[in-house]
Design a protein around this ligand. Structure first.
Ligand SMILES: [Zn+2]
Length: 125
């Protein structure tokens, strides 16, 4: 048995999140922080889950630490044409985030965070 076809249709919110999508095109990663309690969000949220106040944008640090990673060999629909790739969980001073990792993964390694236009990337230093 090869598997069961699975069709997923995601709707990615854009209205209000233009800053995030535009920043990826500039190689940057932006999150949001609550204007009242200061909670930080990545992926960005327009309103705080803790207190309901609005949020404001901040640029996520370009430096982080690799917490863990996963090498994807069985690709999801839409990624069948990719070589095996590595998704990492990285801690910055503001938020934890997931990124496409380049380089030999090593837990605890320092990484440089950026974006390739469509997604968050990180590179082992
Ligand atoms: Zn808040």
């Amino acid at each position: 048995m090869e598997g069961i076809p699975l069709n997923l249709n995601y709707k990615v919110p854009i209205k209000g999140y233009e800053k995030f999508w535009e920043s990826l095109k500039e190689g940057q990663v932006w999150g949001t922080s609550c204007t009242k309690c200061g909670e930080k969000y990545f992926p960005p949220q327009l309103h705080c889950s803790k207190c309901g106040a609005s949020t404001t944008w901040f640029k996520v640090s370009e430096e982080g630490e690799l917490l863990t990673y996963s090498i994807v060999k069985a690709k999801p629909q839409g990624f069948e044409g990719y070589e095996d790739y590595t998704i990492a969980l990285v801690r910055t001073k503001e938020v934890d985030l997931m990124c496409w990792l380049s380089g030999e993964p090593r837990v605890g390694a320092q990484v440089r965070i950026g974006a390739d236009g469509k997604r968050v990337t990180c590179l082992i230093k």
